[in-house]
Design a protein around this ligand. Structure first.
Ligand SMILES: Cc1ncc(COP(=O)(O)O)c(C=O)c1O
Length: 385
């Protein structure tokens, strides 16, 4: 992501891909000249069921025409139904739901709930972790640039430990720790993946020290690993988890799913959001989840994800394939940005990561086996050149 071609009135904070978006369908993004790009970036893990899936579009249109918005001051069936559907799709007792508008906001609420419940402030997070751009989530994100933002806001930094290092995590734990916050598969750092032993150990340490275990599933949740939640993929149940990106397949939405024991003493006014759980985003999320179920996309992610893994593992310059399902990090022996640029020439979009040698694949969950074969052909062409 090296180019920057946004309009002059926009703050110049985003590097951009070399196209201008006009429309999209399924795994394809169409530019203003009519060229179709295979989207293995998935609009940054947002286009869960593919771009502009007709069911999601229809649900948004229908709900918009009936009632665009009303606040949480008035109960709404769609909001209640979505919370029930999420609770049914989550493992364990993660059945208490709060809606907000983004990943960072969902993580803010996770942290707030854990601090409130424990009466403690310290948070332990992982090297390589990425949790958002609000002050509290910047404090938990790895990287001096992000931590500086939190320090400027006067927010204390989290204690950071190496990912998958249980001894380091144990050394960081004490009676001041409110929570351990982590991504089971770290998105931005290139799909670095927790071991089951590490997550089980983190669960046990949190229980031992009276801290809460929080999963940031903003990027790795909503089916991306081939199970609806990442927690289920690893068989470890946190006290709460966050979702966002792929939840409404394109509309901004965040959610917290919590165990009752974390939220049993909440009273009116303790949390809130004007737009959170509005009728249109809830209709989009309900349609999104029903497409995931009806089109058996979790099974698709497991099957086509295995095809992508096997195909990429056999390619030249690929040292190792990180991640699970449709959140894969190809660790290369050359700069990932060069490969990303070479793929642009073939009209294929991929992601980079904070590791300069890791290319990220995060396509819509609906990517077909034939589309995966096209992606693999493109990668093979570029890596063999
Ligand atoms: C793991 C993770 N957490 C949190 C966020 C922040 O989400 P948002 O940009 O919706 O605030 C992101 C965004 O990339 C993410 O990947």
């Amino acid at each position: 992501m090296l180019m920057r071609e946004d309009g002059p009135a926009l703050l110049p904070v985003y590097a951009t891909f070399p196209l201008r978006a006009a429309s999209g369908h399924g795994s394809w993004l169409v530019d203003e000249t009519g060229v179709e790009w295979l989207d293995a970036y998935g609009g940054h893990a947002v286009a869960t069921v593919g771009h502009s899936h007709p069911d999601v579009v229809a649900a948004i249109a229908e709900q918009s025409a009936r009632l665009l918005f009303y606040s949480t001051a008035v109960p709404h069936a769609g909001r209640e139904r979505l919370a029930e559907v999420l609770a049914r799709h989550a493992p364990g007792a993660l059945g208490k739901v709060f809606f907000c508008n983004s990943g960072a906001e969902a993580n803010e609420n996770l942290l707030g709930l854990a601090r409130r419940k424990t009466g403690r402030t310290t948070v332990v997070t992982m090297r390589g972790g990425w949790h958002g751009r609000t002050a509290a989530t910047l404090a938990c994100t790895d990287g001096a640039k992000y931590e500086a933002g939190a320090l400027r806001a006067g927010v204390p930094l989290s204690r950071k430990v190496p990912f998958n290092d249980l001894a380091a995590l144990e050394a960081a734990m004490d009676e001041s720790v409110a929570a351990v916050l982590l991504e089971p598969v770290q998105g931005f750092s290139g799909a670095r993946t927790a071991t089951v032993e590490f997550l089980e150990g983190a669960r046990a340490l949190c229980d031992r020290f009276g801290a809460r275990l929080l999963f940031d599933e903003v990027q790795c949740g909503v089916g991306r690993l081939g199970t609806f939640t990442a927690a289920e993929s690893f068989g470890v149940i946190p006290d709460a988890l966050s979702m966002a990106k792929g939840l409404a397949s394109g509309l901004p939405m965040g959610a917290v799913l919590a165990q009752p024991s974390l939220v049993d003493d909440l009273a009116i006014g303790d949390l809130g959001s004007t737009f959170g759980g509005g009728p249109v985003v809830c209709a989009a999320a309900l349609a999104n989840i029903s497409v995931i179920d009806r089109e058996e996309l979790l099974e698709n992610v497991r099957r086509v994800g295995a095809q992508l893994r096997a195909g990429t593992e056999a390619m030249p310059h690929v040292r190792r394939v990180h991640g699970r399902g449709f959140l894969l990090g190809l660790e290369l022996d050359l700069p990932a940005a060069e490969v990303q640029r070479a793929l642009w020439a073939l009209h294929i979009l991929t992601g980079t990561s904070t590791d300069p040698q890791t290319l990220r694949l995060l396509p819509p969950l609906s990517l077909s086996s034939d589309e995966a074969a096209l992606l693999l052909d493109g990668l093979r062409t570029v890596l063999s050149a």
